[in-house]
Design a protein around this ligand. Structure first.
Ligand code: KIV
Ligand code: ZN
Length: 519
């Protein structure tokens, strides 16, 4: 039970920065805006929107989020370099509540092998960086990168000096996911006890998941007095990822008796946020993932089901509805009207504009002609496709494949780029999906190597929609794509095109198609 004497923990979300550093998780501007708005609605206190100096795309995304997203602090990351800090400020200055986050590595390994700098030099550079950021903005965060492997005495000196220089938040990263919960508890306690000006800052924690301990380490830090947790939706991030937002938040909420700490997170929106991030990054959530996995609330064993029927709390420590896991599943059909669809969308957490509702309803009718029962998963897919289709360069129009055993497929594919239509006819490939892939390569003139291809069903039944997730390589970089349709070949075409759209976004639309026949 929450209590007014509980501490308030600041939730700092870095899905758009550290999360986007997951291989292949790059998001385009429209997707980042959608994720940022979802984070605000979720009640995230600070959104780390990107690393502005890293690329023009990152700079544009942080700037646009700072200009347009209201309700959370908007933060930009920066190394301890003048040009970085200036660029970060240029991007976040438009926010109602901007924050600059500067970092510099402090561990012996990083000092010696990466930076080639001595301890005093590190302190001087960190102080210089924080002071410069503070000259622009009153809200400054400093991270001693690899803090968890930094000598404690030196870490205390760095933290004290950067607080004096104006760091209003000091974040303790376990950059390589090496720490254990008791070590994390120890370092936070030590900083609280030994750094004389520690009460002038918010102590934060940022844990990576290389040994699967990111959430446990973050919770240990909170127990020791940390006031901010850095995390990502679905725990995405560098390598094995970051501390998962939904897990840390639900642990604090469910074990409020133990942690005596609250967050501002509207937990009923967790599943929605998880689904959106999964859809835009193409990174699937494992079925048994805590809180948001498909099996998180499924009880299979007879003895558990029996217990649940007698008293829910025998086997359930959280209610599915508290994280936004829909109670009902079968909802609409061919004869359902627009109001019913709008109602269901609202229950699922989507606030559609009139225009969006019209389009989603049209798609709903097309789908209802193809499949009898429309489930929540179908509606969510339709809405996600509508919300995320903004500014896509290429779109799917139609296909035909004539194929069979021992025959080379004959494919006809039509796709659109804005108002223009392009089509091709060719005999190629090992099967219909390979043929579609080759036709897309030809029409868009984007060379790709398919690295992974997965098909899942969105809901249940023989007529369920198929979701295709692909991973392709282009110029040594991995891109993901996702497509949904009742026809798995069409879903594949959409997935490959969505990967091409990501490539085009990163390469500034340099994907060309001068070999195609215009319709
Ligand atoms: O993991 C890390 O050390 C980081 C810092 C930039 C905070 O992501
Ligand atoms: Zn990190």
């Amino acid at each position: 039970m929450s209590d007014s004497s509980n501490r308030q923990i600041v939730i700092f979300d870095t899905t758009l920065r550290d999360g986007e550093q997951s291989p292949g998780a790059s998001m385009n501007l429209a997707e980042k805006m959608e994720v940022a708005q979802t984070l605000v609605e979720l009640g995230v206190d600070v959104i780390e929107a990107g690393f502005p100096i890293a690329s023009p795309g990152d700079f544009e995304a942080v700037t646009e989020i700072a200009k347009n997203i209201r309700g959370s602090v908007i933060c930009g990351l920066s190394r301890c370099r003048n040009a970085d800090i200036d660029r970060a400020w240029e991007a976040v200055q438009h926010a109602q509540q901007p924050r600059i986050h500067v970092f510099l590595a402090t561990s012996a390994i990083h000092r010696e092998h990466k930076l080639n700098m001595g301890k005093d030099e590190i302190i001087a550079r960190a102080v210089e960086g924080v002071s410069r950021a503070a000259s622009y903005c009153p809200n400054v965060e400093f991270s001693p990168e690899d803090a968890a492997r930094t000598e404690h005495d030196f870490l205390c000196r760095v933290v004290e000096a950067t607080i004096d220089a104006g760091a209003t938040t000091v974040n303790i990263p376990d950059t390589v996911g090496y720490a254990t919960p008791s070590e994390m508890h120890k370092v936070i306690s030590l900083l609280r006890n030994r750094v004389p000006n520690i009460d002038k800052t918010v102590l934060s924690v940022h844990c990576h998941n290389d040994l699967g301990m990111a959430v446990a380490n973050s919770l240990a830090a909170v127990e020791a007095g940390a006031g901010q947790v850095e995390c990502t939706i679905n725990g995405i991030g560098e390598r094995a990822g970051n501390c998962s937002l939904e897990e840390v938040v639900m642990a604090l909420r469910t074990r409020n008796d133990f942690f005596k700490a609250d967050t501002r997170i509207a937990t009923q929106r967790l599943v929605l946020a998880s689904r959106l991030v999964s859809a835009v990054t193409g990174i699937q959530v494992q079925r048994n993932k805590a809180i948001v996995g498909q099996n998180a609330f499924a009880h299979e064993a007879g003895i558990h089901q029996d217990g649940m029927l007698k008293e829910r709390t025998t086997y359930e420590i959280m209610r599915p509805e508290d994280v936004g896991c829909a109670k009902t599943d079968l909802v609409l059909g061919k004869h359902s009207g627009r109001a019913a669809l709008a109602d269901r969308a609202k229950d699922l957490g989507y606030d559609l504009s009139g225009e969006q509702l019209v389009t989603v309803f049209e798609q709903f009718k097309v789908l209802a002609d193809k499949k009898k029962d429309i489930y929540d998963g179908d509606i969510t897919s339709l809405i996600e496709q509508e919300i995320l289709a903004v500014n896509e360069l290429w779109s799917f129009s139609s296909y035909r494949v004539d194929t069979g055993t021992d025959r080379t497929p004959h494919v006809t594919l039509a796709i659109g780029r804005g108002q223009e239509q392009f089509s091709t006819e060719m005999a190629c490939g090992d099967g219909p999906i390979d043929a579609i892939f080759l036709a897309i390569e030809k029409l868009t003139a984007v060379p790709m190597v398919c690295k992974d291809f997965q098909v899942h069903s969105v809901t249940v039944g023989n007529d369920a929609q198929g979701e295709v997730l692909v991973e392709v390589e282009h110029n040594d970089r991995i891109y993901r794509g996702r497509g949904v349709s009742t026809d798995s070949v069409e879903a594949s075409a959409k997935a490959f095109l969505s990967a091409v759209n990501r490539i085009a976004a990163v390469t500034n639309g340099s994907a060309t198609n001068n070999t195609a026949d215009r319709q």
